[in-house]
Design a binder for this molecule. Structure first.
Ligand SMILES: *Cc1c(COP(=O)(O)O)cnc(C)c1O
Length: 393
């Protein structure tokens, strides 16, 4: 139940990776012998397939990276430094992943200005607010395709049209979107897009930054001439093969997977609402919500306590983004949609995968309500509320 944190690598993906450890293991920069050339041929095929599967016009618009975080950092810092003579202003939202927010904070220390847009109570960025924030110094807009904590799908197409109208570069972090909704860079109209293999049943440690031809970008990693001189490092061929295979499977099975996850998601949401009083679904319902994401606040108790008890029953869940767990601050996303601290603290994210079964949904619906009940019985706050209600009655 924590597939927004990471997913299992599919066996087909492992199988697609294995030859690149033991058979085709040459260095993609070694052009003068067959083993190197086999690697080059393989990479050409992988790049073409990835380009096709995200609707990129040309394979040379696909740049492999070492993670989603790297793709996001590169998009922001690379554009900031390439276009610094044009302007120093960047627009993003308050609910982005920390890869975006912390890269923005870094840029702010180096002379750039960042506007962090508010979102509405379900996590939506208003395209009109994006347009209103644009100045003649704006060089980049970065808004995520789908939010990793509360599942909100953002109006990227509309925002990209606004960016285009004002000749501002548009980046989107689509790390959570792949495998959960159609993602086509042409259809979305974005100039740059980040994705990461381990969020859609590929290996950890490999991502992609799509960069539309014509967009200038400064290097983040300097060294050799890999990735057309833009991202040094001997290519992670096995990782690239894993990403390609996982993406291909995600795209091929997208409709079936969305239908299956949506049905289970909605049964889980309805079941929790029915069984647990004083709870609140965070994020939108229906079409505007990522098909695999469920996020609830349970009043009067702590999310972390719920997670520990769920874990004792063999259920892995999260109380915000995985990176945020371990800190005591409530999730920046939950605060941005207007939740008070004490309610944000009682939040749990349950995220499904295409392999989630009906039995697993049933098990969560059986297990979670008694956990919440037990924790509330120990909560002085809850006791007070019950007492007040009794007096009213
Ligand atoms: C997981 C995630 C990232 C980071 O990707 P990594 O490959 O884990 O570095 C970035 N953005 C979003 C929305 C994510 O969910």
């Amino acid at each position: 139940m924590d597939n927004n944190a990471t997913t299992v690598v599919k066996q087909e993906v492992v199988d697609a990776m294995l030859p690149y450890f033991t058979e085709i293991w040459g260095n993609g920069s070694s052009k003068f012998y067959d083993l190197g050339n086999e690697a080059i041929t393989a990479m050409t095929r992988l790049r073409e397939s990835v380009a096709k599967n995200i609707g990129a016009a040309r394979p040379n618009e696909i740049y492999f990276t070492g993670s989603g975080c790297e793709a996001d950092n590169w998009a922001l810092k690379g554009i900031a430094y390439a276009y610094a003579s044009k302007g120093n202003h960047i627009i993003t939202s308050k609910i982005e992943h920390h890869a975006i927010l912390n890269a923005c904070a870094f840029l702010e220390k180096h002379g750039f200005e960042v506007t962090y847009l508010d979102v509405d109570c379900e996590g939506r960025v208003d395209p009109a607010a994006v347009e209103a924030a644009i100045t003649d110094k704006t060089i980049l807009i970065s808004i995520m395709t789908a939010n990793n904590e509360i599942g909100t799908i953002e109006p990227i197409k509309e925002i990209a049209e606004i960016a285009k109208k004002h000749k501002v570069i548009m980046h989107t972090d689509a790390v959570q979107a792949i495998g959960h909704m159609p993602v086509d860079v042409g259809e979305l109209g974005v100039d740059m897009l980040s994705l990461s293999a381990h969020k859609f049943h590929g290996p950890k440690g490999v991502g992609v930054l799509y960069i539309r031809n014509g967009v200038r970008i400064e290097n983040l990693i300097h060294g050799g001439g890999q990735e057309r001189g833009k991202r040094a490092a001997t290519e992670n061929l096995a990782g690239m093969a894993g990403l390609e295979k996982a993406l291909d499977l995600a795209v091929k099975n997208l409709d079936v997977n969305i239908a299956s996850m949506t049905e289970k998601r909605d049964r889980l949401i309805a079941g929790i609402k029915e069984r647990i009083p004083y709870c609140r679904l965070n994020g939108p319902e229906g079409e505007e919500r990522m098909c695999n994401n469920v996020n609830f606040s349970f009043k009067y108790i702590e999310g972390e306590s719920i997670l520990m008890l769920l874990n004792m029953h063999g259920i892995a869940a999260s109380s915000g983004s995985a990176c945020a767990s371990g800190s005591l601050d409530p999730s920046h996303v939950l605060l941005a949609i207007g939740l008070p601290h004490e309610i944000a603290h009682g939040s749990v994210r349950l995220s499904l995968s295409e392999d989630t079964t009906d039995e697993e949904i049933d098990y969560v619906l059986e297990t979670l309500p008694p956990i919440v009940k037990r924790l509330r019985e120990m909560s002085p706050l809850y006791e007070e509320i019950l007492h007040k209600e009794q007096i009213k009655a």
